[in-house]
Design a protein around this ligand. Structure first.
Ligand SMILES: [Zn+2]
Length: 224
């Protein structure tokens, strides 16, 4: 069964597109195992490069330290370096974010003769707000809880290690509102771009996780 699935996604990049909080990380992690695909997350790549002190990491850090966005070209170079080390299939999480990045990705995939599919996960802002602003993290072990959906046994205390729980600064309501509005602004032109090319499938991302997983799985298995 797995062999068959490997064949289905051969020489293919699947971009997971969707707002913060829609669960792209969880979905790509789960399905990557199942489909034996590598996941490239631009956020992880960025922090790996910065931590590892690579040339690209040094350059990116300068922009991050000054509070600016890392330029398209730099992000693309990091992702392409990751893609160069990948065979078979890849899931992309958090990339591309802009039309320029999307065009550069298309040019790269064309060179390698790889196909592209975009899975667009949609969710209402209210749902995302509730999910993100309710998230609590253990100071000591990093375990994740939720004020409504995944409450710890004792309020404010980690079930696993007894550590204190806190809210990440970028999960505060005002910051989440800003993150969502940046997403909507950035994503509109990208969605147009992919829709025109007929490469995008849109799914609801605000259902139960297993349902979303099943829907994505159906699409991946049935790629023409
Ligand atoms: Zn803990």
């Amino acid at each position: 069964m797995n062999l068959n699935k490997e064949c289905v996604l051969k020489n293919r990049a699947v971009v997971f597109f969707g707002p913060p909080g829609v669960g792209k990380g969880t979905i790509t992690t789960r399905l990557a195992k199942e489909f034996k695909c590598r996941t490239i997350s631009s956020g992880d790549l960025l922090s790996e490069n910065v931590k590892g002190g690579t040339d690209l990491g040094h350059q990116a850090k300068k922009f991050m330290d000054s509070g600016g966005l890392v330029p398209d070209q730099l992000v693309t170079r990091m992702v392409v370096a990751g893609l160069e080390k990948t065979d078979g299939c890849v899931f992309l999480d958090g990339f591309p974010r802009t039309s320029i990045q999307a065009e550069e990705l298309a040019a790269y995939l064309k060179k390698r003769d790889w196909e592209l599919l975009v899975v667009d996960l949609e969710a209402d802002d209210r749902f995302l707000m509730e999910r993100l602003t309710g998230r609590l993290i253990c100071r000591d072990c990093g375990a994740i809880y939720h004020r409504i959906n995944l409450t710890p046994k004792k309020e404010g205390v980690c079930d696993i290690c007894g550590g204190g729980l806190y809210q990440r600064a970028d999960d505060r309501p005002d910051v989440v509102t800003a993150r969502l509005s940046v997403y909507h602004q950035q994503s509109a032109p990208l969605r147009d771009y992919y829709q025109k090319l007929g490469l995008m499938v849109t799914l609801r991302g605000d259902t139960v996780l297993d349902e979303t997983l099943a829907a994505v799985r159906r699409i991946l298995v049935n790629i023409p």
